[in-house]
Design a protein around this ligand. Structure first.
Ligand code: SAH
Ligand code: TMP
Ligand code: ZN
Length: 406
């Protein structure tokens, strides 16, 4: 039993993934012994419908000057955020001298577009290394964690904001009520708060349990978001389902009564009811589906690697892969190495299971028969890039929405 971070009622876990290391904590052998672990348990609050981690490591263990996630490494995401910036400019930043704030702006993937359009902007990014890259591109960035206190400081220095946007960040923040109080203070009267995060409905439907890892403390649905923001007298006025990150939802939020609530919001809330996102049983079934997915993936890898003796390389040392590897107990005996384009992950080892991470050139040299696709959310981009591997009949092992070899 734990106290819900949203409504303070008691809620219970529905699954434990066992001991988990820091998802983005790629490390060297000399640090294996001191590696940090926590028990990763997920629970559902029947009162406010929020799905959340029972425990989360301290934020400084996850977001720091060696943060390993660089948003701009993905071409797909670069285009995605260019579109978002254009949408903000067209619909919400059209008054004179508008001001846009982004929470968790990383290397400036979204704000670079607003900066190029000459729009007054501010990125809030606690991980110093990525914040520094953004500054190098001429993007105004403060290296801090966003909360109510920081919002007050931003108002003093820059005034109120027309838009506050945030992608793949709000679900990371356990002190969410401080963030929402800060958002409300910082927004102009008609201002909008737009955030997107992996969508609970997709996780349930696709059994994409690898979205669950240390950084993601919340797994949002429109239902739980609506309940959460109601405490701050904020209203969900529009929603947009997105294909990125394996299925995300963008939530449009404003002061209650300031924007017309669209039909899409009502439809989505009704769909969530039909999908059972408010029911305890749904998560019991999700647990059974996750266990089944784990057993099938291990079976395929054991067959391919141990019985057939075929080399297996994994594609993308994603944060998500840390959950799969550690929960399924997949180590170097089943996977030769993980190929990844991120320089600071290369020549290190994966968190917990200690599989070597190498470069795409090493993958090219290895010419394996099987590749386990961890970066499945970038499938299209990867299939285009790996046309040669496909042409020589290389096989892909995938596990979302179901475990299979293609
Ligand atoms: N928005 C980018 C980055 C997402 S990664 C994208 O979608 O690609 C999550 C980012 O949130 C990290 O860069 C991390 O440093 C940042 N972050 C974590 N907690 C935060 C907080 N309280 N305030 C602002 N940013 C935060
Ligand atoms: P993400 O799933 O959190 O976006 O992380 C994707 C990871 O996969 C990141 O470490 C970069 C890596 N990657 C590759 O190695 N090759 C690729 O073609 C793509 C798209 C990602
Ligand atoms: Zn609750």
């Amino acid at each position: 039993m734990a106290a819900c971070r949203i409504c303070n009622n008691h809620y219970q876990e529905f699954i434990s993934f066992g001991q988990m290391p820091i998802a983005n904590g790629f490390l060297l052998p000399e640090n294996f012994e001191q590696e940090y672990y926590f028990e990763m348990k997920v629970g559902f609050c029947t009162h406010c419908s929020m799905v959340q981690l029972l425990e989360q490591p301290d934020r400084e263990l996850m977001f720091h000057e060696d943060y390993a996630f660089f948003s701009s490494l993905s071409q797909g995401q670069t285009i995605h955020f260019e579109k978002l910036a254009n949408r903000l400019i067209k619909d919400y930043l059209c008054e004179t001298d508008p001001f846009a704030v982004e929470i968790g702006s990383n290397d400036g993937i979204m704000l670079q577009n607003l900066a190029a359009a000459g729009i007054r902007h501010l990125g809030v990014e606690p991980s110093e290394n990525v914040a520094e890259i953004a500054r190098g591109k001429g993007i105004n960035t403060i290296c801090s964690f966003f909360d109510e206190e920081l919002a007050t400081r931003i108002i003093e220095q820059h005034g109120h904001a027309d838009t506050i946007s945030s992608a793949n960040v709000i679900c990371h923040i356990p002190y969410i009520h401080s963030v929402l109080a800060g958002v409300k203070k910082l927004l102009k009267q008609e201002g909008v708060f737009i955030f997107e995060d992996p969508y609970l409905g997709d996780i349930v439907e696709k059994v994409s349990y690898d979205q669950i890892y240390d950084e993601h403390v919340f797994y949002f649905s429109a239902t739980s978001v609506k309940n959460m923001i109601a405490q701050h007298d904020l209203e969900l006025f529009d929603v947009e389902h997105l294909d990125v990150h394996g299925g995300s939802m963008r939530y449009f939020i404003a002061r209650r009564g300031s924007h017309q609530v669209t039909e899409k919001v009502r439809t989505l809330l009704a769909n969530e009811k039909a999908l059972g996102l408010e029911l305890h049983e749904t998560y019991q079934q999700l647990r059974r589906n996750i266990e089944h997915s784990r057993d099938q993936l291990v079976e395929i890898l054991e067959k391919v690697k141990l019985e057939q003796g075929s080399p297996v390389v994994a594609y993308g040392a994603t944060s998500k892969s840390t959950t799969v590897l550690n929960y399924c107990g997949i180590g170097p005996e089943l996977i030769d190495f993980i190929s990844d384009t991120t320089p600071i992950k290369q020549n290190k080892f994966s968190p917990g299971m200690h599989i070597p991470v190498k470069s795409p050139e090493d993958l090219e040299k290895k010419q394996p028969d099987y590749i386990l696709l961890f970066a499945w959310n970038h499938m299209q981009e990867i299939m285009n890039k790996e046309a040669q591997y496909n042409a020589r009949n290389g096989k892909w092992i995938v596990y979302v929405p179901e475990v299979k070899v293609i």
